[in-house]
Design a protein around this ligand. Sequence first.
Ligand SMILES: [Zn+2]
Length: 431
Amino acid sequence: MAVREKYSAALYMRLSKDDSGFGESASISSQRKILRRYALENGFCVHKEYVDDGISGLTFNRPGFKRMIQDIENKQINLVITKDLSRLGRNYIMTGRYTEFYFPSKKVRCIAVNDNYDSDDLYSDMVPFRNVINEMYARDTSRKIRSALLARMQEGAFMGAHAPYGYERDAGDKHHLVVDEVTGTIVKGIFQKAAAGVLPIQIARELNECKIPTPSEYRCMSNPSLRIENFSKRREWTSATIIKILRNPVYLGHMAQRKTSKLSFKCPAAISLPASDWIIVENTHAPLVTNLTFELAARRSRQRTCIQGNGFNNLFSGIARCGDCGRRMSAVSSRKKGAEANLACGAYKQKGTRGCSNHFIAYDDLYEVVLCRIQSLMRRCGFSEPEKLTQDLLFHLVDHIEICQGHFGKTPSGRVKFQTIKIFFRFRPPE
Ligand SMILES: [Zn+2]
């Protein structure tokens, strides 16, 4: 007995979802019972209990475990008792590092009651093997959890930790999304603006000016247990935030999940998957936008046009196309005095004559032509004051414009003559 009294024991307990299925036998209280009885029967003096509840054995970043290591460093413990070795960890390399190197180097004895393991026992060669089995078990569990998760995703159940911005979890069914009245309205506004040609960066600026909380700020506001530092560094709306929203099919009422994938079951780092690999289930919840608005917003926001210093904003972005090659016309600077810009064939701009020919048109000229055409149409349809047509409305009317303009042929005045301009109309009602 005298020999044993020199021990100051740590009782280490851990429980996580890898252990579900073991029921009560794995619970913390049953682990505690086993360990206390063992210490008592063997006359070990218990220094402290260390508990990690709900933490996987694949990580060693566990508060209870770390406290125990600290107490080992402070020489308060020289014996660690656990129910089995898998309580220490399910990662074979890391667990081995503790049982094979760390504990011996600190002269800490280690006992796993149910595994009949005792580091003082000369015949403990089974340990590395047991650690491998424990890891295989964790790998298998991780696979099972994963395939169950994928199956639920394929059914369209929402399996994320936090509802996407604009939605909240249904109080009656946490795998179902319902519209969050506050943020739902903001999402609708973002789509409307983007569909009307407002660039993501401008939308972000407006939201910042109005002091609208960002998605992560809002999430943390409505859930006080979350800490904003864990979600965002920049506490402001950015064009990236807006574009992410505009690309998310969740706002069409479709569930899009598995957008990232873990590198391995041992490593929490995740990589983004291409949209083609997402699991998308349609019509799982109420949409916030129509297909038309979504499509239009996507098309307009895809443009990489930047607003120039003079505030020029290409209203035809995503609408005007080259009549020859069908590529988008993009804004280029104009040498003409007082002119804002030219629109030029995107293919020519990128690849020169290998792409297309040098089709271009003065922005103001195009604007004038489109406006006149719409006004005359409106007049014909009986509108009394088509001049009051707003820019906003104009872009609900024009679907696309095909421009094919002569780089061959100028009028005597030197002005480039339009060969063809086709304007296609389709009324897109604002939501
Ligand atoms: Zn072209």
